[in-house]
Design a protein around this ligand. Sequence first.
Ligand SMILES: Nc1ncnc2c1ncn2[C@@H]1O[C@H](COP(=O)(O)OP(=O)(O)OP(=O)(O)O)[C@@H](O)[C@H]1O
Length: 232
Amino acid sequence: MEPILEITHVSKTYGKKEALKDVSLKIEPGKVVGLLGPNGSGKSTLIKLINGLLQPTDGQILVAGQALGIETKKMISYLPERTYLNEWMKVKDLLGFFSDFYEDFDIEKARQMLATLKIDEDSKLKTLSKGTKEKVQLILVMSRKAKLYVLDEPIGGVDPAARDYILNTIIKNYSEESSVIIATHLIQEVENICDDIIFLGYGEVRLQGNVDDIRQEKGQSIDALFREVFRC
Ligand SMILES: Nc1ncnc2c1ncn2[C@@H]1O[C@H](COP(=O)(O)OP(=O)(O)OP(=O)(O)O)[C@@H](O)[C@H]1O
């Protein structure tokens, strides 16, 4: 099957700073992939490249076999690190906004998730707590029928009780034809829902592979391995 994402020898420099060095990786359909790395390792840079928000200095990125452009943007549902939603909007306005903007947005699915998390559609975003805003944004992003979901720190501000629901939502939502990339520091929380992981360190891929294979081979959890590989 054609990979959902294929990154070949990609480098990115900001001035003299080499944020990514010769990164190559493939993500197959139907996978949840953890993109893990310490601060400044290049996770957000890689995510912005995949979303076409930055241009690579070198190398090639293909989404479902196509070079980045308008078509690939339609296939990607992106949760950025920081919110980009208008604070003065009500949750129900955002549902309308997403329906208008994205053909693949499933408003009923979004409504169901909001109801489960007891988020009132009549609330203005600016009146919601930071964690609740994050939940709203994640619900919007996961309610699209995208090929690739790219989530930059999706559960950072969410309380532990809601994390399981959010993570379950992520894995329930994607299909055989789509994949999810989750960039996070909360490795313990996500390692059980990930099929594969990628360790980024100083802009280079340090390790990538299947979670179960790596755990078996190394005899430790991904969280423990991360602490060992990136010990300060
Ligand atoms: N606009 C920029 N100009 C110059 N350097 C940058 C810029 N953006 C990022 N960098 C540098 O590139 C490197 C990678 O940064 P990036 O934000 O991709 O890391 P990250 O893994 O997402 O970090 P964190 O986990 O802290 O969010 C860092 O050294 C950072 O200082």
